[in-house]
Design a protein around this ligand. Structure first.
Ligand SMILES: Nc1ncnc2c1ncn2[C@@H]1O[C@H](COP(=O)(O)OP(=O)(O)O)[C@@H](O)[C@H]1O
Ligand SMILES: [Mg+2]
Length: 454
């Protein structure tokens, strides 16, 4: 039998996705619910006697959207829908339960159920408890693929847990391990991915444009970084992140870091000839003593990668009461020489904003999609309640990678005085020895190589 259906490219990705947990998420009108219904139909036909559950949070939403779509889309010769039990049956013995869980505890009605596939439409309307409970109902011995496939807009009560589970951990469209034996994937879908709606309702975009800012960003752009009090509201994942590429020879490279025993955050940044700064690598880890931190930084900088300067905030130069040494000198003993950057928070954050701004053309900062911590933390920073020009320092764990970026931004963008223009850094005893032993030309060369001594 020919179904005569056409799907969008993104719907095809959703239908073909092999991860255990799949999220189809993005703009309103991206074709997510429709994609679910086509996928459910194909699964039912491919696997006779298969069982699927498809859920919305409330009955009226279920009735108006999914049930209606199924009745319109599914051929009557093979599909019948029982409107009192909300079960759809196929001629080949497959069935789809249409369910809803208005109250959190409504999930227990599925206690003894078993499904091949469970589908959540508008996943962010559900709580994490509901999701985690229900996915345990995916089981059975028939050998059919077992999957949980969800679709959603950003926003809603479940926004935060859905973002953390699917959106933050990996670049979009890549399968990753959830750490619990489950593989996951997030497939975004924008309005432009759905030519059907763009064609049939050209005014739809204009209606979304007219929404208040946060709803507009969620529903029109499928933007997951939306909350009241966001500091970097200019951050757009599609604009500010890029697929990794080989950094060409000759681009100036920096390392910039924020170090504390609670967490080390290091970013590697390269500057393109057009002035765009690319964050091309990150390393973030907790509980590293200075020797280990230095070792990790060096280990992660391949031989032949010429780092122009390693930027660190001024507190690295304060002397320890016990040893009389500075952290900067300790790092230097372990082979990592710092260049001092500024810790003026306000100017630093403004410098980051400048780099992110895309007023007349592309922004000047881009982040490789592999730098997950920076991509997660930067848009999560909140405006400080007391000093609205500053970022809140809570939650503390999200501040480290942005702090490292801030050090770079202020160093890179502020106008230098002539004296500052020469790069300065702390020299190790070895470097001084080389210097003293060198002739005039050699001294000049070493200063250029190491930077001016502090
Ligand atoms: N493959 C398709 N073929 C025809 N119409 C489609 C297709 N995908 C989506 N549509 C139509 O586009 C509109 C939006 O799709 P929908 O699935 O409701 O979007 P979302 O759930 O992402 O908001 C609906 O009217 C739907 O019928
Ligand atoms: Mg929908």
């Amino acid at each position: 039998m020919r179904l005569g259906l056409t799907v969008t490219k993104k719907q095809k990705l959703f239908i073909d996705a092999a991860a255990t947990e799949v999220l189809f998420g993005g703009a309103a009108g991206g074709g997510k619910s429709y994609g679910q219904m086509v996928d459910a139909l194909l699964f039912a036909l491919k696997y006779p006697k298969s069982k699927q559950l498809i859920l919305r949070r409330t009955f009226s939403e279920l009735d108006k959207s999914l049930i209606r779509t199924a009745q319109e889309l599914y051929p009557r010769e093979i599909f019948t829908f029982n409107s009192s039990s909300h079960v759809g049956r196929f001629k080949n013995g497959s069935c789809i339960d249409f369910g809803y869980c208005a109250a959190e505890g409504d999930v227990y009605q599925y206690q003894s159920a078993e499904y091949d596939v469970i589908r959540f439409d508008e996943l962010t309307h559900f709580t994490e408890m509901q999701y985690v409970y229900l996915i345990s109902r995916v089981r059975g011995v028939n050998g059919y693929p077992k999957q949980i496939k969800s679709s959603t807009n950003p926003g809603g009560v479940g926004h935060t847990w859905v973002k953390a589970r699917f959106v933050d951990p990996a670049p979009r469209g890549t399968v990753f391990s959830g750490g619990d034996g489950m593989s996951r994937i997030f497939i975004p879908s924008l309005l432009d991915d759905n030519a059907f709606l763009v064609r049939d309702d050209p005014d739809y975009r204009r209606r979304l444009e007219a929404l208040p800012e946060r709803e507009r960003r969620a529903l029109l752009l499928g933007d997951w970084n939306i909350f009241e009090g966001q500091y970097f509201d200019e951050w757009r994942e599609d604009v500010h992140t890029v697929d990794p590429f080989e950094i060409p020879e000759g681009w100036r490279r920096y390392r910039t870091l924020d170090y504390g025993l609670d967490r080390l955050a290091v970013l590697w940044i390269a500057i393109a000839p057009d002035g765009t700064s690319y964050v091309y690598r990150e390393f973030c880890q907790s509980n590293l003593a200075i020797s280990r931190a230095a070792e990790e930084i060096l280990k992660r900088t391949p031989k032949g990668e010429d780092i122009y300067a390693t930027l660190a905030p001024p507190d690295m130069w304060s002397r320890s009461q016990e040893t009389g040494k500075t952290k900067a000198s300790l790092f230097s003993e372990f082979g990592v020489n710092f260049t001092k950057t500024s810790n003026d928070r306000e100017c630093g954050w403004l410098a980051v904003k400048e780099l992110l701004a895309a007023r007349s053309g592309p922004p000047r900062l881009k982040v490789f999609k592999t730098c997950r911590e920076l991509i997660k933390c930067l848009p999560a920073l909140r405006i400080d309640k007391v000093r609205p020009t500053d970022c809140a320092t809570e939650p503390h764990e999200i501040t480290h990678a942005p702090d490292a970026l801030r050090g770079f931004a202020i160093f890179h963008t502020r106008p230098r005085t002539e004296e500052e223009a020469g790069r300065r850094c702390l020299w190790t005893p070895d470097m001084w020895e080389d210097y003293r032993a060198a002739d005039e030309a050699g001294k000049k060369y070493l200063k250029k190589k190491y930077g001016e001594p502090l």
